[in-house]
Design a protein around this ligand. Structure first.
Ligand code: NAD
Ligand code: MG
Ligand code: MG
Ligand code: MG
Ligand code: MG
Ligand code: MG
Length: 340
């Protein structure tokens, strides 16, 4: 069973007695910085000179420095830039500003697990990774609740890295909900697998193929959209509340029977074998290498794939249909058709 830590297992004063730099002010960065500040922690933000995030952080009353200045001032440096730029930012602006006794923190283990970042001797390397989008991390904290975190220690130079990480987790709220202990390897590999095989990759392509099958068979795209995409949220909400079992309890007996007899025809043994192959590419570094090589040559493949996927007919149908509803848009940073 996983070890889970709560408020009583963490001492907030440890992080309150350190100086923290949050590098990057995006989804995770803003949530960590504002939650820590509200927990009485000394926080500064490190951003590139021309960064668009600067104005936002300053508007929230935070002190913004360059990455190098922030890393120099601080003794706990949480790196929350996109994964693909972390190694460059680390080499150029963080590494030489680390002293013995400092700590570098991450919210995802990618760069440590695959060896793109190597910490100097004497520096703690730990992870505090909220299991939710940054905007939810902030919203839940403000509501007095929290998103659970994962915590991991890769290098325990000080002998107190876990206490420090738990204190940080308390500062961002995580110990209110529970903080689960893991390793950089387990977090990185399982996170990549989950998003590729099921949550993002698997789900997006399952929906697209369902839409294609219906529309190619002559059904109206608007009807297909409702049946394979729109209703997903209702199903997923039930699964999150009470597992697959609650979802099956809530749907009609017709739908439940169809789940049992047709689900395994769609997600058959090949799907599981394909998932195992995806996991292998994650474990042996093939995926990481492909992603990082493409990123370092201008993200050519990434951008081509993004524009190909954005032009799938389900997006056009969805744009028209959603405009008929007065949806409450909750993510102010997202602009449809130009996903960040
Ligand atoms: P993001 O894209 O939302 O924000 C990145 C921030 O970094 C922005 O403020 C950007 O201006 C800044 N930035 C970009 N390039 C920079 C550079 N060269 N120098 C300095 N700053 C730079 O990122 P994110 O989604 O919050 O991801 C940050 C980390 O958190 C990643 O390791 C990611 O895997 C992890 N994570 C994210 C989520 C999430 O909710 N998005 C969830 C769990 C873990
Ligand atoms: Mg320092
Ligand atoms: Mg994840
Ligand atoms: Mg991820
Ligand atoms: Mg239906
Ligand atoms: Mg039922």
């Amino acid at each position: 069973m996983a070890k889970i830590y709560y408020n009583d297992d963490a001492d907030l004063s440890i992080i309150q007695n350190r100086s923290v730099a949050i590098i990057g002010y995006g989804s995770q960065g803003h949530a960590h910085a504002l939650n820590l500040r509200d927990s009485g922690v000394d926080v500064r933000i490190g951003l590139a000179e021309g960064s668009k995030s600067r104005a936002k952080a300053e508007a929230h009353g935070l002190r913004v420095l360059t990455v190098a200045e922030a890393a120099k001032e601080a003794d706990v440096i949480m790196i929350l830039t996109p994964d693909q730029v972390q190694a460059k930012v680390f080499e150029e602006s963080i590494k030489d500003n680390l002293n013995e006794g400092d700590a570098i923190f991450f919210a995802h283990g990618f760069n440590i697990r695959f060896g793109y970042i190597k910490a100097p001797e004497g520096v703690d390397v730990a992870m505090v990774a909220p299991k939710g989008p940054g905007h939810t991390v902030r919203r839940e904290f403000e509501a007095g609740r929290a998103v659970p975190d994962l915590v991991a220690v890769e290098v325990d130079a000080s002998g107190k890295a876990l206490e420090l990480a738990l204190s940080y987790a308390k500062g961002i709220g995580g110990t209110r909900a529970g903080v689960i202990e893991t390793t950089f390897t387990e977090e990185t590999e399982s996170d990549l697998f989950g998003e590729q095989a099921v949550l993002c990759g698997g789900m997006s392509h399952l929906v697209q193929q369902g839409f294609e099958v219906l529309t190619e068979a002559g059904y109206q795209p608007e009807i297909a959209y409702f049946e394979v995409l729109h209703e997903l949220k209702l199903i997923v909400d039930l699964m999150v509340e009470g597992g697959i079992a609650k979802q099956r309890w809530s749907i009609s007996d017709t739908a439940e029977y169809g789940d049992y007899v047709s689900g395994p025809r769609v997600a058959d043994a090949h799907v599981k074998e394909n998932m195992q192959a995806v996991l292998k590419d994650i474990q042996d570094g093939t995926f990481a290498e492909r992603f990082m090589e493409d990123q370092s040559s201008g993200a050519k493949e990434f951008k081509e794939l993004r524009s190909k996927e954005e032009s799938h007919p389900i997006e056009e149908t969805g744009r028209e249909l959603r405009s008929l509803f007065a949806w409450e848009q909750t993510d102010e940073d997202y602009t449809e058709g130009t996903a960040a």
